[in-house]
Design a protein around this ligand. Sequence first.
Ligand SMILES: NC(=O)c1ccc[n+]([C@@H]2O[C@H](COP(=O)([O-])OP(=O)(O)OC[C@H]3O[C@@H](n4cnc5c(N)ncnc54)[C@H](O)[C@@H]3O)[C@@H](O)[C@H]2O)c1
Length: 442
Amino acid sequence: MKRRDFLKSAVTTGAGLIILPGGLRANAASNKLNIALIGTWGRGLAHFDSIADENVVALCDCWERNLADAAKRFPNAKTYVDWRKCLEQKDIDAVVICTTDFTHAFVANWALNRGMHVYLEKPLGISVEEARVVRANWLPKKDKLATQVGMQRHAHDNFNRIAEMLRDGAIGELKSAYAWGNRQIPKPGYLPAAGAPPAGLHYDLWLGPVKTDHPYNPEYFAGGPGANCLKWNMYWDFGTGQIGDMGSHTMDLLWNAVDCGLPTSAEAKGEAFNPDVTPVKAEMRFEHPANSWRGPISLTWYQGGAMPNPPSSYVDINKIGHGAMFKGTEGILVADFTSRALIPLGKDGSLSYYKPRAKEALLPSVGHFQKQWINACKNPSLKTACDFEYSANMIEQMCLGLVAYRVGKKLDYDGKAGRVTNNGEADALLKRDYRAGWTLNG
Ligand SMILES: NC(=O)c1ccc[n+]([C@@H]2O[C@H](COP(=O)([O-])OP(=O)(O)OC[C@H]3O[C@@H](n4cnc5c(N)ncnc54)[C@H](O)[C@@H]3O)[C@@H](O)[C@H]2O)c1
């Protein structure tokens, strides 16, 4: 059933609520969504204004201090410290998830399974399996449930302009693409035990599905609002390092333009493997088959100081902290989030054949990124830019790259089956083990 038909089959009750098949509800009188915010401080704060126009009916945070602060802004919401309990609340239409990376796929799956629209902060998951399960859960419901992963830089029009230029042949035939990020947060290993969690911080719920019982250390909680993720996201059990951090935004700049599905191979190199901490410096290369508008291409991700070769002697791409570069048969396109430069190949190169699109033919602007999702929750004919298919494919590739880094071998990948076909050790690393009692797809 298409989302439109699905909504048509909804019934209106006397109370003005539309009861949708599968338990979904939208308030007919006000056309407002009933929203739950899970993870209310830090990145959660950045969502306050966009959800304030809706009915915020539930708040969840494993730290009661943060919950109490959010309740001042949304006093009518019920409060929870355990997101599993929160998702049992029956009147929730849509959920915004701003918790730690290692809980993202869990909360997203549970919400989808309860018929809720989902806005999920990036990254969508931290393993190949997590990405695949979220995508598999969403695809059959894609006409009913709106999803968006928090890669909000996607709303810069530069994303569209780059995609148009590549499709319109601005650099000839696309051969390869590169993205890089220079953020470096080296750490020696997990933090040692230090004191007890403050009253009201449910550290057991913070650890949630993590299998190893890492002891409490206040340093995991010592970052500023929206930057506390930089205190934990580099540890293997808590995140994927720069891939899930700035890499989610920077890879998105590339991913949006190249129109790829899953890769057929992955290989990677970087600094020596640390069993506690993801690499600071690393490089990952992926091969992708041809699609309807281009031939096969290779994509390469660089982080922590690794960089692609510069496009020419007079262009210093090291000045771009987080950027992307596209190489074609005729020229090179270099970009950051908001600007781009076209460079002809060779000394006789001329890109004079390329004519930018007329205004009427430009891809439409995303507009307000969070509102794009809210609008799509209410109007099933609207799409979101970073839905759970687009975003899962992207992070599945990157998590596969981390597996290739760990085993140090070129991996052949069967994206349909989600299997590494030439390396059993790597295949086993596509999944993570979880603490007993925590179910990824519950
Ligand atoms: N889109 C962006 O530009 C952007 C920017 C910053 C952070 N983020 C993402 O947002 C997420 C949160 O980052 P942060 O820096 O705010 O982290 P944080 O450590 O400050 O956590 C955010 C909030 O979630 C709560 N929380 C953590 N685990 C929870 C759990 N299991 N259940 C309920 N509440 C829980 C914390 O107590 C805190 O209030 C990360 O995934 C990060 O990647 C995105």
